[in-house]
Design a protein around this ligand. Structure first.
Ligand code: SF4
Length: 387
């Protein structure tokens, strides 16, 4: 099996990455929110410089794909005019913060995210690996437990704010005034205690290797872990809407931007602020039981240079045949970019077809090998067979 190439970095606006369908430019909207003007501007630029589709990532980033090399400079300049470009690539990379999209104007969550972003983009910020990230998840219940992050700000079991390392069931008690400093202290501890090897390192592996946290990070218990399952529909702050494979056509983004500001979620959905009725637009995923919400697929071939097979057409054809409540992850290679964790069903592309993995990740041991896309499309019942 060909091993996927692990680059250890992600594309940014100031460091685009070449893919099979052109350059990828990634944006991290400040505080995870696009004003109507920013959203309609991105839609316009995706048509002018890219392939006209805006991708939503599991880290609440936005991807413009299919960008031609000669257009990158002008695209970045126009994005800068929309307030979406950091001062430097370093600052862009370190501002790796996901916040709960369910914040309200009174709860202080946006202020905390902005303060953390300011600290992480300062010249004296800890030098963390590119994928090292923060989750600000301090609503009444955690909703970002399934989202990759290394340091989490949450409500503890007693309702107070805690800062904890991912992979540890306790954390330090903090207040809104001490939260950012405590998160930075934990990040500095990670660096100084040897969490980084060769520019890479994640908190959970560091802890699993036996690193011992400072005592203050054991003083308060986290809430019991629960997997939040977001569904399209009305929420307190507006309406959540989904998109097939997190791909938003530019004209749809422009239409949504007319309705209000948009919060970018890590579930490949957008939250339209301040509306109460779900929009009725062709292609928008608005039903909580839509089978497309239970299939995940990366770009696949030909868009990704590492992909062994196309992924999304197969995933879409299999969606209606999935067992109840099962999630299917179709991955163009063993890297599993679209879903790092295990899934009930995973199809991992190989040169000769797909491996079928049950209750594992894209790189785990398969139960079946060499299943071609044609065979799977003609025999979807294979997904319902007992292991
Ligand atoms: S998982 Fe998909 S997107 Fe990621 S490298 Fe492999 S083929 Fe490309």
């Amino acid at each position: 099996m060909a091993e996927p190439v692990i680059k250890g970095w992600c594309p940014g606006a100031l460091r685009p990455m070449l893919s099979g369908d052109g350059w990828v430019v990634r944006l991290r909207p400040p505080e995870g929110r696009l004003s109507p003007q920013q959203a309609s501007g991105i839609a316009r630029l995706a048509l002018e410089f890219g392939n006209g589709v805006i991708g939503l990532s599991v880290r609440a980033n936005i991807h413009l794909r299919g960008v031609i090399e000669q257009g990158i400079g002008q695209l970045v300049e126009r994005l800068d005019g929309l307030g979406l470009i950091d001062e430097t690539h370093d600052a862009e990379e370190r501002r790796n913060i996901v916040l709960t999209p369910f914040w309200s104007s009174e709860d202080g969550i946006v202020r905390l995210a902005a303060a953390l972003a300011a600290s992480m983009t300062a010249s004296d910020a800890p030098r963390l690996p590119a994928k090292f990230g923060f989750a600000i998840d301090c609503g009444p219940i955690p909703v970002l437990s399934g989202v990759p992050a290394d340091i989490r700000l949450e409500r503890g079991a007693d309702g107070g704010l805690i800062c904890r390392a991912s992979g540890v069931a306790s954390g330090a008690r903090v207040s809104a005034d001490t939260a950012v400093d405590t998160m930075l202290a934990l990040a500095n501890w990670f660096v100084q205690s040897g969490g980084i090897t060769g520019h890479r390192g994640r908190m959970t592996s560091h802890i699993a290797r036996g690193a011992v946290l400072p005592e203050i990070f054991t003083e308060a218990m986290a809430q019991s872990a629960s997997t939040f399952s977001p569904k399209p529909g009305p929420v307190a702050a507006g309406v959540l809407v989904g998109f097939e494979f997190g791909q938003v056509p530019a004209d749809m983004l422009r239409t949504l931007s007319d309705m209000g500001a948009l919060r970018v979620t890590p579930w490949r959905m957008l939250l339209i602020e301040g509306v109460s009725a779900t929009p009725d637009l062709p292609g928008l995923v608005t039903r909580a039981n839509d089978p497309m919400l239970r299939v995940i697929a990366c770009t696949g071939a030909p868009g990704c240079l590492q992909a062994e097979q196309p992924t999304r057409a197969l995933a879409k054809s299999l969606a209606p045949h999935l067992p109840d409540d099962a999630v299917l992850h179709v991955s163009g290679c063993a890297k599993g970019c679209a879903h790092a964790g295990p899934a009930p069903l995973t199809l991992t592309a190989q040169a000769n077809g797909f491996d079928l993995i049950r209750h594992g990740t894209a790189r785990d041991r398969p139960q079946r090998r060499g299943l071609t896309a044609e065979f799977l499309a003609a025999n979807p019942a294979i997904l319902r067979e007992a292991p």
